[in-house]
Design a protein around this ligand. Sequence first.
Ligand code: F6P
Length: 373
Amino acid sequence: MDLDECYDKAIERMEEDMRIGMLTSGGDCQSLNATMRGVAKSLYQNLQGIEIVGFLEGYKGLMYEDYRVLHQKDFSGILTEGGTIIGTSRQPFKLMRNPDEQGRDKVELMKNTYQKLGLECLVVLGGNGSQKTANLLREEGLNVVSLPKTIDNDLWGTDMTFGFQSAVNIATNAIDCIHTTAASHGRVFIVEVMGHKVGWLTLHAGIAGGADIILIPEIPYDIDKVVEKIEARSKAGSRFSILAVAEGAISKEEASLTKKDYKAKKRSSQFPSVSYEIGYEVEKRTGQEIRVTIPGHTQRGGSPCPYDRVLSTRFGAAAADLIMKREYGFMVGIKEGKIVKIPLEDVAGKLKKVEPESSIIKEAALTGISFGV
Ligand code: F6P
């Protein structure tokens, strides 16, 4: 199809004016604006009479009719801007069916706003919980197109989420900076990387930053093995060791507990996070000097990296294409370099975890990285 034909087809698809809603939900990341820009630019480019309504602070804006009509100029100059121009908030999926403070049904509120504004569809940029709510709204009859946002890269159905590579850059940079000071002082450093349930970010930043030990939730660690690795390095003449530890790293003993007992153990722990607990154990057993560094929310901040800008632009254009074809109920994703659409019902409620037997783990282990097992 040549360009003229493409253009004619797009115009044929949309003869009447169209109003679409957009929201960003859950924890933010670097490439939300770039993704919204991708959607908006593609729609403005190909359709006449398009109006985009941005709901403020995620699903909350949709519930309480808190929105702003966005104009073409709002999407200008935001490709490189972190955060989200329409704000975000966490609205847990498990509470969606609970009435709000005034006893109103949240799902009904969202449906009412959607109908009142005469929306053609709702574009949702979100992570796991937000995709579940998007699917719930789809089940309730709303036209939904969603986009995979999260620094955790844990959304099922897509090889990559936007935000992930930018966060990998920041976490890697943190490890790089720690490397020089660790080497100067001859200390053991623990860098705690975001990711409560999955270890993609820790795994990638750990490998990229040359960590000696990587601990992720999917591979429960044995503290004796962690200590063994540090001592082996010392014996071999290394004056320092670097551990990349996911927020959700879990020991073998903890992994054998019930969820309830594990939560109780964590609540009563004297340590502010898992890294301090590991640091305490390592110091006790090796006598080496330990420091903990937590880059925390810096991992979600700043400008998106070029990879994310490209991915977000592609995702945004693909979402616009679905809207132009009126194909709803899908999340846009990427599989082996190709943009794909995945039914929301397949995505909702599934986590994409690091496989302990996967090739990246084997390769990392071959280079000498310890996973604490
Ligand atoms: O889901 C993204 C994420 O950044 C996780 O990696 C992290 O554990 C969590 O959000 C932090 O959430 P909050 O911003 O609510 O503290």
